[in-house]
Ligand binder design. Sequence first.
Ligand code: SAH
Length: 268
Amino acid sequence: MMHSTATPDLRLVLVEPSHPGNIGAAARAMRTMGLRQLVLVNPHAFPHAEASAMAAGADDVLAAARVCARLDEAIGDCRFVLGCSARRRHVPLTEHSPREAASALWTHATHGPAALLFGRERTGLTNDELMHCNGSVFIPSDPEFSSLNLAASVQVLSYELRLRQLGAPVQAGPATAPERDEPPATHAQMEGLFGHFDQTLHDIDFHKGRAPDTVMQRLRRLLLRAEPDQREVRVLRGILSDAQRMARLARAAGAVATPNPGPADPAD
Ligand code: SAH
């Protein structure tokens, strides 16, 4: 049975913000739109007088803000994560408009924790951080001047979330959470699965000289898009464990078949 929560469990995550003023302005932007869960990953300076000044009364959001050392801690329990990016990078991710993003986030957040990530003022989110997301969000700004101020982009997305909360008609979007009989896998469970895939592909010598990163990126995209539930992740990991076991057996059998192996074949 899926458990719906009355209040959507949605957090906004600022990754390594360098200006405390932006943290305060983001808190204010959220509070005006009825959002309260702010998470800061390794902020340069927090708490800070400039943050409080820019919050202009949204001190409760700042006071309740959770500070994490690493992104994994901020989103480990999340089942759906989107990342805001001012640039269209060469990462294979589904891109959402702010409206689609708000709709997908709101729907997912009624079933369990969901997160919306914002990047650093100077450099945004890294490709690696974006690859932890189910999709990206792009505010359709002027291509010649595409980067909004961090707090301004928080305001745009918070406003779209507000519209969604107030019952704005949902556009046809790519992501709506289907009803399922098992809870969706958490971020941490997905990362465990990817680590297991990575190791198994090495164990079974899948790569054979090809770039492992490309394969892992594709697998991430596929599996994050599929939004597997927890049982599906257990099944996949069971398969991987068996593949690893078979690879070990094959290696052991090979060692028995050649009791006196010579020096490694240079063609290997
Ligand atoms: N120079 C950075 C911009 C960082 S702006 C870069 O090129 O990535 C700080 C953050 O605000 C970004 O990481 C992103 O999360 C958000 N942001 C700014 N403009 C945006 C846009 N047009 N669409 C989506 N997010 C945006």
